[in-house]
Design a binder for this molecule. Sequence first.
Ligand code: PLP
Length: 389
Amino acid sequence: MLEDGLEKQEILRLLDEKLKLDMRYDSGSILGSMCTEPINLGIEIYTKYVSKNLGDPGLFLGTAALEEELATEIGELFGGKNIIGSFTTGGSEANLIALRIAKKLRPDIKKPEVVLPISAHISFDKAADILDIKLRKVKLQNDFSININHFESLVNKNTCGAIGVAGTTSLGLVDPIEEIGEIISGKDIFFHIDAAFGGFILPFLKNLNFTTPPWDFSVEHVDSITADPHKMGMGIIPTGGIFLRDKSILQKIGFEIPYLAGGISKHLHIVGTRPGGTIIAFWAIIKSLGIKGFNKIIQKCMDNTSYLIKRIREIQGIKIPAKPVMNVVGITTENGESVCEIDEQLRKRNWLTGKFEEFNLIRVVVMPHVQKAHLKNFCDDLEKITQNL
Ligand SMILES: Cc1ncc(COP(=O)(O)O)c(C=O)c1O
């Protein structure tokens, strides 16, 4: 540490220099991220309220009430009524909270198990490791949809939870939530939907007349949903969210925090100190965009997605393995060869996509920062790369 502090100008100069290594969303190169540049109003509001701490809600009663209001509003967007919710660092923490709930609600099960598709996010493996839960993974079919019979066969007397994904990490696909609901019906199994990515796109796709399978609280068996403002909600990083149908869960299994200045409080979080600014910013983003604002952003993402799909279909040697439901496009080879070489060549040309070796996929997420011109250049390069393989 320096003996004397530096002038602000010097600090800014040093940071500019050191952070040159970072990619920028507006460069167009970031084609494999589920996050994006938050909208300006969100950044402004976040900066204004950066010191609010929801780890001590009794000190920030206004922020705590705002969180409740926001959760109810989002719950309604997700087809529910009087939904409770709370905001997290992201989808991983929300999924961890969901698996803890599933385990805690079934103290009678000594060796708890959770059934989930193999395409579910890695955060469930982390959560299962922490919570000592056995994961039972459901196979996929050739079209990357889940094998529902296999799902059913994995449910047994030790199953405390079932997971459906609404917007898979690799392909943006939506699992058959109603069918999973039927399988677990009447079995006292907690049913959690991971819509970390899909949560803030599916309701708007429906408005825009895209085909969207049922995935939310409108399906009666659904108990909880993960949905992340910092993905398609265009919120501040980090903002995730967990939404619950049954209010009594908080009282039943919430952690009681006894020492706070604001008095005893209960929460479901892993963290203590928790940003209020990110939540206030998301409240403002929702108020500012409204349904029409989200529809507009998502329409543009979907137009760009259609353009990308069309271009990829014209390129020989590669194909799209599953019909995209949202703005996530997988690319694989036509002859089944590994996508690793294509991915490497793309990286050399500064295209940063996602790579899923287990499914032999390259993934492009057509986020709001991705422009048609970026996709055009990307496809031109992709065409050259595949020609020279
Ligand atoms: C479906 C899904 N769930 C959960 C997560 C984890 O979210 P986070 O990185 O915000 O913890 C991701 C991340 O991409 C995801 O795609």
